[in-house]
Design a protein around this ligand. Structure first.
Ligand code: SAM
Ligand code: FES
Length: 369
């Protein structure tokens, strides 16, 4: 029965909720292999064996929010707070470009210091220097107006995980926040014209398979260009510090199911997945993942962006991360693409945006060998 449902999903790129739930309730190692194989075949049709790289710049760990799972939540008095300056951000962009990252992801807590004016200055500064490189923002919830101004300034994409599509679970994890407000932000980003990303955590405390089906249905409906999926990992200074992490197996299952539901989606093999298993990112890529986001932040701030315990890549220089990721991707049987790496459907709709694959990356030179 299970393989029959997986076949139906592979053929139609959709499946009703009861059958999705049946898969989640009954999947074992053997049927997961079958699922991963179908997911791999689907990604080969849309993106081939290419994996896109994004240079992640974690530019502030100040945050006004209190997401219960998150290590940089406002109430964590032990968090050592930092903000990168405009010059530091530009330096990260410069290094990133030389390393072959044609997309920057500017991510941070919800930090009021980075108001629209400051964000616009950063976006315009990067775009002036690197007009062919894409900018992805991941700054949490902001007004329609703010999203629009940053888009008009040149931002290309926006990542805003919905975190969980269960209203009850969402509001338990975000005291005082309204689930509908987050969802409205995603619809606003879509309307404005961003390539936008939703996404969720797997293995959250009290999360059920029914909740995960809601995540699958939500992403199928909103059809994001990107979907960030990673395991929940506890952080010791938070109220959820004693819970266990989401598992590799469950995360792989969800990645594969999302690839089958949304064949064109950009699907990162996340740092969190690499943090719970030594080859988690490789396994994520094999299960349909086609994006990696190596860290470009200065090494002296890496440990401070401690969303969860045991985060990998906190000590490595950007160039080392770049080398390491390429080796891992190649070992898994895939190839890196030195391009903006837009969503394939979006690219077809926007043929005027060049992708570039100029293979100009002299890693050894950058490492000083
Ligand atoms: N402030 C922005 C926002 O809320 O979208 C972006 C930064 S936020 C730290 C980026 C993502 O980290 C969140 O969307 C969440 O899914 C993930 N995250 C936070 N704490 C985590 C944890 N303990 N385990 C796994 N992922 C976590
Ligand atoms: Fe704001 Fe995590 S609570 S980034």
């Amino acid at each position: 029965m299970l393989e029959k449902y997986i076949d139906e999903l592979y053929e139609k790129n959709d499946l009703d909720d009861e059958k999705l739930l049946y898969i989640l309730e009954n999947i074992d190692d053997k049927s997961r292999e079958y699922l991963v194989d179908k997911s791999h075949k689907t990604r080969m049709k849309t993106y081939g064996n290419k994996v896109f790289m994004r240079g992640l710049i974690e530019f502030t760990n100040y945050c006004k929010k209190n997401c219960e799972y998150c290590g940089i939540q406002n109430k964590n008095r032990k968090a050592d707070r930092y903000r990168l300056t405009y010059e530091q951000i530009m330096e990260c962009a410069e290094i990133g470009d030389r390393l072959g990252y044609k997309t920057y992801v500017l991510q941070g807590g919800e930090d009021p210091y980075f108001n629209d004016e400051r964000m616009i200055e950063i976006i315009k500064g990067i775009k002036k220097r690197f007009p062919n490189n894409a900018i992805t923002l991941s700054l949490g919830e902001r007004s329609y107006d703010s999203y629009k101004k940053m888009f008009d300034a040149g931002a290309d994409r926006y990542l805003l995980r919905h975190e969980t599509a269960s209203k009850e679970l969402y509001e338990w994890l975000h005291p005082g926040e309204v689930f509908g407000d987050r969802i409205k932000c995603l619809y606003n980003l879509k309307e404005i014209g961003y390539q936008f990303g939703a996404g969720f955590m797997v293995g959250l405390p009290c999360q059920t398979n029914e909740d995960l089906v809601k995540d699958l249905r939500f992403v199928k409906e909103i059809e994001p260009h990107m979907c960030g999926i990673g395991p929940f990992i506890p952080q010791k200074e938070t109220s959820l510090g004693e819970y266990s992490s989401g598992t590799l197996e469950d995360t792989i299952t969800m990645l594969a199911l999302v690839r089958l539901l949304l064949p064109n989606v950009l699907l990162p093999a996340t740092t969190a997945l690499g943090s719970i298993d030594k080859v988690g990112r490789e396994k994520g890529i094999k299960a349909g993942g086609n994006v990696v986001m190596p860290n470009l932040s200065p090494t002296n701030v890496r440990e401070k962006y401690a969303l969860y315990d045991g985060k990998i890549c906190t000590g490595d220089e950007a160039a080392e991360c770049r080398k390491c990721i390429e080796r891992r991707i190649n070992n898994a049987g895939f190839e890196i693409a030195v391009t903006r790496g837009d969503n394939v459907k979006w690219s077809q709709e926007n043929p005027h945006v060049p992708q570039y694959d100029d293979k100009i990356v002299d890693i050894n030179g950058i490492l000083g060998f």
